[in-house]
Write a protein that binds this ligand. Structure first.
Ligand code: SF4
Length: 328
């Protein structure tokens, strides 16, 4: 059953001729206990989608959707009190670069405790300390480090502490935006292991946002690939990102080629020539057509609908090379 349901979500920044449609008609589901990855280049709309779900869009942005619901609650209609009750307790976020968001003059333990106290005002002080220690141990930090200030922790430990904070009120869904950016490769691997272990042990649903497909390949059950504000491919991570993978969309294939895959014997990597389109004036036809090496004459004028990839249940792609019935 879908915990988070998104149908035809559109987010626009600004108005008039300078309006940018950063997310354009996106459909996405995250089921209970499922880890879903959202991939794509910088500026494709991934973080905007997360902010729209959490109702944290900045002033000047407007969102519309046919459906935007969390466990049956219509997120479009929730008032401020409802949002406060929902955030952290049911749905929490680990923001991009969040490890630098700790208050430098408060201990890590006090900051995690504060997040709990905000939702459980009557929480007993001793019980609160015990809970903070438990959370730190859960993410691989010794309980005694609760008394440390942020500058006393390494980057990896700060990120672990941020994850502990996101788990503080036992949410059902965690949205993590680029959770391993700015970490070295070894620490990145440890954080990925931690996230996957926590998702399995706690039965958490997660929406992991990353430009790095290798990160998503390690973590996710399902993957959606975004390009220029739209989802262009969706399906099981095994069908899209593994060694035997056969992504149906040329953009996903190019994105995969940007990363070395030693297990697949890929000795070199290649970038994607060109830049994503200007979303104040998106091009006609397929938005990837001027960068696509497989482009057909019709691609410059005919916008491809998202269609099921033949023979693969739950795998869909928006490309004229995919032949099948139009799906949503
Ligand atoms: Fe390439 Fe055409 Fe498919 Fe777009 S629709 S990805 S331009 S082949």
């Amino acid at each position: 059953m879908s915990l988070l349901t998104i149908r035809n979500l559109t987010v626009t920044y600004g108005t008039g001729e300078h309006a940018v449609r950063a997310v354009d008609g996106v459909d996405l589901d995250v089921s209970a206990g499922e880890v879903v990855g959202l991939a794509g280049e910088s500026g494709c709309g991934k973080s905007t989608l997360a902010l729209a779900v959490a109702r944290l869009l900045p002033r000047g942005a407007s969102a519309t959707a046919d459906e935007l619901s969390f466990d049956g609650t219509d997120l479009r209609a929730v008032d401020d009190a409802g949002l406060r009750a929902l955030r952290w307790r049911r749905l929490s976020l680990v923001f991009q670069g969040a490890m630098n968001g700790f208050n430098p003059v408060m201990t890590i333990g006090d900051q995690i405790g504060e997040a709990i106290r905000a939702h459980e005002p009557g929480a007993d002080r001793k019980a609160l300390r015990g809970r903070v220690d438990e959370l730190l141990v859960q993410v691989g930090i010794a309980a005694g480090r609760a008394a440390d200030y942020p500058h006393q922790l390494s980057g990896g430990m700060k990120q672990r502490a941020m994850i502990a904070m996101a788990l503080a009120c036992s949410p059902d869904l965690v949205i993590a935006d680029e959770p391993t950016t700015a970490l070295d490769v070894m620490t990145q691997a440890q954080i990925l292991d931690l996230i996957r272990r926590l998702a399995d042990e706690l039965g958490l649903a997660m929406l992991i946002i990353s430009h790095d497909l290798t990160v998503l390949a390690e973590l996710c059950d399902q993957v959606a690939v975004m390009y220029a504000g739209r989802i262009v491919e969706r399906g099981g991570a095994g069908a899209i990102l593994t060694t035997e993978a056969h992504p149906a969309h040329p953009y996903t294939r190019r994105l995969l080629d940007c990363y070395p895959r030693l297990d697949a014997g890929q000795a070199s990597i290649s970038g994607i020539p060109g830049s994503p389109p200007d979303l104040t004036h998106p091009p006609a036809g397929c938005r990837f057509h001027d960068r696509c090496p497989e482009s057909l004459p019709r691609c410059a004028s005919d916008d491809p609908a998202i269609r099921p990839v033949p023979g693969e249940s739950g795998h869909v792609a928006a490309c004229h090379l995919v032949v099948g019935e139009v799906a949503r």
